[in-house]
Write a protein that binds this ligand. Structure first.
Ligand code: CA
Length: 230
């Protein structure tokens, strides 16, 4: 089942949600403030956030924006909980990239059905976004990477570098082209930057680091590796 973060300051609603989601087999984490919600979203990496619109220290819409901006939480699914009559905020919820919204007061049954629907859709989409290359599994939607089943923490830049190399595998990519594609800067900036980041990326990838080959005097190539690793 899924891990679900409930960000809701009304104690009784929080309790009802947590109780019913747990009964449905989910792992539930709760927060009562926007600040705690963001922290727990980063730490616990939920699959779904149920997000109340009015929180004591800010709005759910701002928290939703923060989640979308953060490379760690970008891919999380969000269902907004709105009070009656907040029509504008409903629309806003979708503009913010919320996956669904539920108007308070809601029936628990309906909420659970919506949760199931969002999780089911997410599973289908994630399967399409997740690719496996030998030891390496990459989830583009959630910006997550695993090597031999162990998750590896990459920075946003390292993730982009990996994807760029991976998507043009078996082709040599020059440092200049990597600089312009990954860093979006011209080649007159030192190409040492590329080397430093590739080195760090290789280290983080452990055994899968061998997929990134150095092509002397030119750049890098993502390939099966000298030992036929894949
Ligand atoms: Ca509230």
């Amino acid at each position: 089942m899924a891990r679900i973060l409930v960000v809701e300051d009304e104690a009784d609603i929080q309790e009802i949600l947590a109780y019913n989601l747990k009964r449905d087999g989910h792992d539930v984490v709760v927060a009562s403030t926007s600040k705690d919600g963001l922290r727990l979203a980063r730490e616990r990496r939920p699959d779904l956030v149920l997000l109340d619109l009015m929180l004591p220290d800010g709005s759910g819409t701002d928290l939703c924006k923060s989640l979308r901006r953060d490379s760690v939480t970008r891919g999380v699914r969000v269902i907004m909980l709105t009070a009656k009559g907040e029509e504008i905020d409903r629309v806003l919820g979708f503009e913010l990239g919320a996956d669904d919204y539920i108007v308070k007061p809601f029936s628990v049954r309906e909420l659970l059905l919506r949760v199931q629907a969002v999780l089911r859709r997410a599973a289908t989409e994630d399967a399409a976004e997740t690719t496996q290359f030998g030891l390496l599994r990459v989830d583009r939607g959630a910006h997550r990477v695993w090597v031999e089943g162990q998750e590896v923490e990459l920075t946003a830049l390292e993730f982009k570098l990996l994807i760029t190399l991976h998507d043009r595998r078996n082709r040599v990519q020059s440092r200049d082209s990597l600089l312009s594609d990954v860093w979006k800067i011209d080649a007159d900036v030192t190409t040492r930057t590329v080397d430093t980041h590739v080195k760090r990326l290789r280290e983080k990838l452990g055994a899968a680091g061998a997929y990134i080959e150095t092509v002397r005097g030119v750049g890098y190539r993502f390939a099966e590796g000298p030992g036929g690793l894949i």
